[in-house]
Design a protein around this ligand. Structure first.
Ligand code: EPS
Length: 384
């Protein structure tokens, strides 16, 4: 039995994005609508560019399921590209500062940045969303939900209560085109994106994901590779354009004394039957993770997305064929993909939680995974 893992393949203007997922238990119903819904959300958001009007992302299942249910075999999904022109697309000789163009061209000994950018493009995040949405289907079997949203765009910030329930967050987030669960933040965020567009510029922001109902004990402090905070940081930090990842208070923890950083431990017998097994924390500054393990509180992950590096106004660059100064290349691009990044974050985080879930509650079939989960909860309740 393999560990839950996935790989992606595909270029931005190649035929398709392909996702290979291994390690799912047999017996899980694959909800294609759930996956396509997330792909649709990823394509949206105020500030997206022309490509999203061309594509209509949806998955085709090629293997791993029988009659809509997993059978334990490697599962392959594909998202067809409509804008297929990798062989004919013009060369790009003037690297965009901030993109993979220059480093990749030097690394692969090319003067045409397209050799690099076709794979470096954030189009690859569609594949990660598909894998994560599939994994979210596993988590849903246990009542675990991951919700991603936009926390800020430029200096326009959403104010979101720490105690907001998942349905509340989703309803508020889905009610606007910047995916921010705060109606008062929408107008300033839209205005910030519009201002960036008018000046031929781009704008970044902060996205947040919260994972509800995860039990304590996902991840492990025994091997650095298994620490859940570390896994989350790697997965999130590898999303295109992400330059910072925080868990809970994150960097703000350094500005407070310990007593204002850590979360006191209380026991509430009434909640003993719940996923937190009765151990409640009046605050959640740790973002649900202590010692590389979930602690029963909501897992909170935030990521900083830099402004997209394809600027209409260009930036100083160098022509790789002549080594003469030139403005960087511009093709069509997004002005702001922060709303899309919140969808990518949600699903990338869901995949890592599912990976940790199956590491702790392993089983060849969904029934065995459920039995392992129930057995663990009962064992903890039997401790005292
Ligand atoms: C993207 C597809 C790309 C860009 C964007 C994200 O399409 P194209 O390059 O054909 O316009 O819109 O890519 C980038 C921001 C980037 O830096 O590469 C997508 O599907 O999300």
């Amino acid at each position: 039995m393999s560990q839950l893992d996935y790989r992606t393949a595909g270029e931005s203007h190649g035929r398709a994005l392909t996702i290979l997922v291994e390690g799912l238990p047999a017996g899980l119903r694959v909800e294609v609508e759930r996956i396509n819904h997330e792909l649709h959300r990823r394509q949206g958001g105020y500030g997206r560019g022309g490509r999203m009007r061309i594509e209509k992302d949806a998955v085709e299942l090629h293997s791993g399921v029988r009659r809509g249910v997993t059978i334990g075999s490697p599962l392959v999904m594909q998202i067809a590209n409509r804008d297929v022109r990798i062989d004919d697309a013009p060369p790009i000789h003037r690297p965009r500062p901030g993109h993979a163009d220059l480093a990749g061209s030097l690394k692969w000994l090319a003067t045409d940045c397209r050799e690099t950018l076709e794979r470096a493009s954030a189009r690859e995040t569609a594949a990660r969303v598909a894998a994560g949405a599939l994994a979210a289907g596993l988590l849903a079997e246990f009542g675990v939900r991951c919700v991603g949203f936009v926390s800020s765009i430029g200096t326009a910030a959403a104010h979101v209560a720490d105690t907001a329930a998942p349905d509340e967050l989703i309803a508020a987030r889905d009610a606007n085109e910047v995916y921010a669960p705060d109606p008062a933040a929408v107008e300033p965020m839209v205005a910030a994106i519009r201002a960036a567009k008018q000046s031929g510029d781009t704008i970044g922001g902060i996205v947040e994901a919260r994972v509800f109902n995860a039990p304590p004990g996902l991840g492990s402090c025994m091997r650095w590779q298994d620490k859940l905070d570390g896994r989350l940081m790697q997965a999130v930090g590898s999303i295109q354009a992400i330059k910072g990842v925080e868990i809970g208070l994150g960097f703000d923890a350094t500005r407070r004394p310990g007593s204002q950083v850590h979360d006191a431990i209380h026991f509430d017998a009434v909640q003993r039957g719940g996923h937190n097994l009765g151990f409640v924390r009046p605050t959640n500054r740790a973002g649900g993770l202590e010692g590389g393990m979930s602690n029963g509180a909501t897992v909170v992950v935030r990521a900083a997305m830099k402004p997209i590096s394809t600027l209409m106004q260009g930036m100083d660059s160098v022509d790789l064929q002549t080594l003469q100064p030139q403005r960087s290349d511009y093709e069509r691009s997004d002005v702001c993909a922060v709303p899309a990044a919140s969808v990518v974050l949600e699903n990338v985080v869901a995949f890592e939680i599912a990976r940790a879930w199956l590491a702790k509650f392993a089983g060849d079939t969904l029934g065995e995974v459920k039995a392992a989960y129930e057995h663990y909860l009962a064992a903890v309740r039997g401790l005292a």
